[in-house]
Design a protein around this ligand. Structure first.
Ligand code: OAD
Length: 270
């Protein structure tokens, strides 16, 4: 049987969790991290993805760190959800997808309408006070102002914008996980809890080389779940997959979804 038909059969049973990575947002204009043209090719993760590296960059390369922050936020600001994000949101609405566990920090799943989204690596639009844990979100207008002011900011201003003071005396920072930091424990626990109740795991657009996120498919496999991988290339997790669809997310998902017959759509619509 054709692989798309087999995958459709599995999806029709519902009770699915999706684990997504940078690849799902690639066609929204957000580059992936690894590989040709990836973010880490332009900005070394040894400097830009950990606290000591970032402090050094703030002190000694302020214009470079400004370029890094600007590029990240401009890219996210200009990006819109693509077909793959929308299909996952629709699958949740139809009751066949329980939740999305994402490593992405771009907020595109939520923008597409997904509600149960577990963000393992945080969210670039959210800021958290390192002292009192208070949070705020950079909404549209504030994000535009942030980008505008950043463009001509001096080192001092970059710090004021990127790490603003909280009323408690502490400083806010983007609520994202850097290398060497722990994942938010609540999110990780929720991810395992969701996986415990699941039949199938959809792996979309992740290279599967960053842990602990990459350990989730191993957990799923041990529990006998069906694993479906969607990625134009084989990955470090392909050996776990029951089905690997070597296509872009925006090609594979519409193809699978188109094959949902009317009956199964009715069954899952509530
Ligand atoms: P990677 O950049 O490591 O991998 C992206 C994956 O997406 C690759 O396997 C690509 O083949 C695949 N891909 C590319 N285009 C695609 C498309 N259109 N459709 C489907 N797949 C596509 O990104 P992640 O696996 O998400 O963490 O990386 C995991 C973590 O590494 C990130 O969350 C980030 C990074 O360092 C932190 O910063 C903590």
């Amino acid at each position: 049987m054709n692989i798309i038909l087999k995958v459709r059969e599995t999806l029709e049973k519902g009770n699915i969790v999706a684990l997504t990575g940078a690849g799902i947002s690639e066609e929204s204009g957000i580059p992936t991290f690894r590989g040709k043209g990836g973010i880490w090719e332009k900005f070394s993760p040894e400097i830009y993805a950990n606290i000591p590296g970032l402090i050094g960059a703030f002190l000694f390369m302020p214009s470079r760190i400004r370029d890094f922050i600007l590029e990240f936020y401009l890219t996210i600001h200009n990006a819109h959800p693509n077909k793959a994000h929308y299909i996952l949101a629709k699958m949740e609405q139809r009751g066949i997808l329980n939740c999305i566990i994402t490593q992405n920090v771009d907020n595109l799943h939520q923008q597409a309408g997904s509600e149960n989204v577990i963000e393992l690596h945080g969210n670039m639009l959210k800021f958290r006070c390192t002292k009192c844990e208070k949070k705020y979100t950079l909404r549209e207008k504030r994000l535009e102002e942030f980008i505008y002011r950043l463009k001509s900011a001096s080192r001092r201003e970059i710090i004021r914008l990127f790490l603003p003071k909280c009323e408690c005396g502490g400083r806010y920072r983007p609520d994202v996980v850097l290398f060497g930091e722990f994942l938010p424990q609540d999110e990780l626990n929720r991810a395992y809890m969701e996986l415990e109740k699941t039949n199938s795991l959809l792996l979309i657009g992740t290279s599967g080389v960053v842990y602990p996120a990459a350990s989730l498919p191993y957990f799923a496999k041990e529990r006998g779940m069906t694993i479906i991988e969607i990625n134009p290339y084989h990955t470090a997790l392909s050996h776990l997959a029951d089905y690997t669809i070597l296509k872009k997310a925006t090609e594979a998902l519409p193809e699978i979804f188109e094959h949902f017959n009317e009956q199964s759509q009715k069954k899952f619509r509530n």
